[in-house]
Design a protein around this ligand. Structure first.
Ligand code: APR
Ligand code: PHB
Length: 396
């Protein structure tokens, strides 16, 4: 079997790449290790920057997002029992974010791909990459117990942090930059009307908490917990009690409780590999970089990578020039490192670090006060949160 671009992974990165290529008349095959049902149900993050919203709209994928997504023009930072709004609109010249679950983006992308007659092979196993240094790289895999091989012009490694693509690159060709954090997030999805109309990031002695939402009927909430935390130790009652304690305000505001639809623990890390390319393999999204979720950047970075990659591949197939492909890694990494810094900074400002002494905590408190009281500091948070303009990281 042959295709122009072999894409490993049907997350936002792989599916969006397939879509952008298909619109330009470039053929691809997507190989996904899980089932369609699994990838469409998996609850992940849910904040889209304006540039991601624009990309979905421009690619003809925005219809349901425009109907069901919730446009927000600010967030709240909460500490000492009081909330402080960061007004994105006012601070960034009218920009905002759209709250729309990653799994909804994935559903829209899968539908568009299948409607266009494109190939996604689900439940593939034992994916392996060969000949990355040649003009004809190959992907081997098992499907329904049968061995297959796909010969490609290019391979896109969009298989997330635990995928096989990054590992197929010789270790001496990659440099990894990493931070781990001494905590994780316990997330719940609850059948409960959001008690506030914007996201709330809360700092306090008991640890960080985040209030978010998915729809007018569904609230999404997170608690900072120990990295080795066991879900079994967190009954729904205990989760609600802790959320009330961490999010409460002096004026008696409380989250609305409801039945818990999903509960999971996610580790927190920062990681980047450089370069994001080896021979004819290009890494995109979580396969190349991870951010802690506090900055809400993961899916947005994945989308930016594949926009840059699609442009490079289109240039290759249309004009034979590899100039844009050669700049792929360098171009993406500018936005990646900005998001890495912002995500690390938000994480450091808002979480309780077990090893911190009272000096460090006073610094954190001072930083929070500065961010909510100084226009310059709030504007910096706002500009990064809504996302730098599309040109930041798509142009050399
Ligand atoms: N073979 C085939 N598919 C694989 C393999 C493999 N060996 N390993 C992983 N996959 C699939 C996963 O099942 C998943 O569907 O690759 C896909 C990768 O998707 P994501 O993890 O969603 O990564 P990406 O598309 O880069 O999107 C980044 O995901 O983790 C969040 O916060 C992150 O929002 C960001 C987004
Ligand atoms: C979410 O809604 O899942 C969410 C929102 C903001 C974040 C992280 C996750 O920073």
């Amino acid at each position: 079997m042959r295709t122009q671009v072999g894409i490993i992974g049907a997350g936002p990165a792989g599916l969006m790449l397939a879509h952008l290529l298909q619109r330009a008349g470039i053929e691809s095959v997507v190989l996904e290790k899980h089932t369609r049902d699994y990838i469409e149900r998996r609850v992940r993050a849910g904040v889209l920057e304006q540039s991601t919203v624009d990309l979905l709209n421009d690619a003809g994928l925005g219809e349901r997002m425009r109907r069901e997504g919730m446009v927000h023009h600010g967030i709240q930072l909460r500490f000492d029992g009081a909330g402080h709004r960061i007004d994105f609109s006012e601070l960034t010249g009218g920009r905002g974010i759209t709250v729309y679950g990653q799994q909804e983006v994935v559903k829209d992308l899968v539908r568009a791909r299948l409607d266009a007659g494109g190939a996604i092979h689900f439940s593939v196993d034992e994916v392996g990459l060969q000949g990355l240094d040649t003009q004809r790289p190959r992907i081997s895999y098992m499907l329904h117990g049968e061995a297959h091989e796909l010969e490609c012009d290019f391979v896109a490694g969009c298989d997330g942090f635990h995928g096989v693509s990054r590992q197929a690159i010789p270790a001496d060709k990659l440099t990894t930059f990493e931070r781990t954090y001494p905590f994780a997030w316990l997330g719940i999805l609850a059948q409960a009307a959001p008690a506030h109309d914007e996201l709330i990031y809360a700092y306090g002695d008991r640890g960080f908490a985040l209030f978010s939402m998915r729809s007018p009927q569904v609230t999404r909430l997170y608690l900072q917990v120990a990295p080795e935390e066991r879900l079994d130790d967190w009954s729904d009652d205990r989760v609600w009690q802790e959320l009330h304690a961490r999010l409460e305000t002096h004026d008696g505001w409380r989250v609305n409780e409801g039945s818990v639809l999903e509960k999971s623990v996610t580790g927190m890390r920062s990681s980047v590999v450089e370069p994001m390319q080896h021979g004819r393999l290009f890494l995109a999204g979580d396969a190349a970089h991870i951010v802690p979720p506090t900055g809400a950047k993961g899916m947005n970075l994945a989308m930016n990578d594949v926009l840059v990659l699609a442009r490079g591949l289109i240039e290759h197939f249309e004009s034979g020039s590899d100039a844009a492909l050669q700049r792929y890694s360098q171009t993406c990494l500018r936005r990646v490192w900005r998001a890495e810094h912002f995500s690390w900074w938000m994480t450091s400002m808002l979480h309780r670090f077990p090893a911190d002494d009272s000096f460090q905590q006073r610094l954190q408190r001072s930083q929070l006060e500065y961010v909510v009281r100084s226009r310059a500091a709030s504007a910096s948070l706002a500009e990064n949160y809504v996302g730098l303009p599309a040109s930041w990281g798509t142009e050399p």
